[in-house]
Design a protein around this ligand. Structure first.
Ligand SMILES: C[C@@](CO)(OP(=O)(O)O)[C@H](O)COP(=O)(O)OP(=O)(O)OC[C@H]1O[C@@H](n2ccc(N)nc2=O)[C@H](O)[C@@H]1O
Ligand SMILES: Nc1ncnc2c1ncn2[C@@H]1O[C@H](COP(=O)(O)OP(=O)(O)O)[C@@H](O)[C@H]1O
Length: 301
């Protein structure tokens, strides 16, 4: 049993998001190539009475501070599975943009699972953690794992991907978020309007080869997001953000997941820093931050 545990957990960008047809259960089958990047939230768990949450950070509008917070839901779910009281005081320090397509809520849920497991003396490799994660949300298991991984099913069935080297990214953060269900629904609507009959999602061989060889140029060319048109349809201003990044020398540019964060791949760390400055100066984003990947998943610090 531990008195106080802090867990650091990364954001993700989707290197490939291939979206299959709508399933009967309301989800879509995916090929979701997750990549964990060095933008981190921190979740601290301490003994408490019941489950309480405090949220700290600069842009935390819209993050629930009650039992709806995904970190609180994670604590209650793990406690129920373990048959213990969900007595924990959680403090979340947020740096991952809220409703930004970088899975910040999922990250906090994964961090809370790891922190509570340690607080309650549970083996961190216990299957209760993965099973709770998958029940909480499609992106939560990846936040436990980190690195680079292919998610299939609704994104929760993970296979790690070996990669070479470090990739340098810039993330253009937007004002306000986009709702994930609304973006999936818009994707379905656009496909129906265009008469597209969607087949099963397929992994991109070019993307896998680029990751295996560490070839950033090839990775930039292979980045693809099936939700991008839907995110652009709901937030047309993102087209100018993507164009500004390409004009400033990005070797790849796409909307991250359901958006509205835009992700840009740079040739080097130096190029990423100058690209972030260009994007911030161009007035096409609330702010722009440089980061690298892959990084590990939820980790006790
Ligand atoms: C799009 C992605 C890409 O990684 O993430 P974000 O960019 O939002 O972070 C994910 O698929 C989001 O995963 P997550 O945010 O965990 O979604 P969930 O809570 O499981 O589901 C929320 C809703 O999204 C839609 N959904 C989610 C996953 C999936 N495979 N098909 C779907 O259609 C459904 O409408 C579902 O009700
Ligand atoms: N710990 C949390 N951090 C952020 N959002 C949360 C959290 N718990 C619940 N939410 C809710 O989940 C929504 C989606 O949040 P987030 O995971 O940041 O975005 P995305 O799904 O785009 O990656 C938020 O708008 C908020 O209402």
């Amino acid at each position: 049993m531990n008195a106080r545990t802090t867990v650091r957990v990364p954001a993700k960008v989707n290197l490939q998001l291939a979206v299959g047809p709508l399933r009967d259960d309301g989800y879509h089958d995916l090929v979701n190539v997750f990549h964990a990047v060095s933008l981190f939230d921190e979740v601290t768990a301490e003994p408490g009475a019941g489950t309480t949450v405090r949220v700290e950070g600069e842009s935390i509008e819209g993050v629930p501070v009650d039992g709806d917070n995904l970190a609180a839901r994670a604590a209650r779910m793990l406690a129920a599975r373990l048959g213990v009281e969900p007595d924990v005081s959680l403090t979340i320090r947020k740096a991952i943009p809220v409703a930004g397509g970088m899975a910040g809520g999922s990250a906090d849920a994964a961090a809370a699972l790891v922190a509570c497991a340690r607080l309650w003396g549970v083996d961190p490799t216990s299957p209760h953690l993965y099973e709770s994660a998958a029940a909480l949300g499609s992106d939560v298991p990846f936040a436990l794992l980190g690195g680079t991984a292919v998610g299939t099913g609704r994104g929760e069935v993970l296979a790690p991907v070996e990669t070479v080297g470090r990739f340098h990214w810039v993330f253009a953060l937007a004002d306000g978020g986009l709702s994930t269900p609304a973006v999936y629904a818009e994707c379905d609507r656009l496909r129906e309007a265009a008469g597209v009959r969607q087949g099963p999602p397929q992994a991109s061989p070019d993307l896998m080869a680029a990751l295996a060889s560490g070839d950033a140029e090839a990775l930039g060319a292979a980045l693809h997001n099936d939700l991008q048109d839907a995110a652009l349809s709901l937030r047309p201003s993102l087209a100018a953000t993507l164009a500004a990044g390409r004009e400033s020398g990005a070797i790849g540019a796409l909307v991250s997941g359901s958006g509205p964060t835009c992700a840009f791949l740079a040739e080097s760390e130096e190029r990423a820093v100058s690209l972030a400055a260009s994007l911030a100066g161009a007035g096409v984003a609330r702010s722009a931050v440089a980061a690298h990947g892959p990084v590990p998943g939820a980790t006790v610090i």
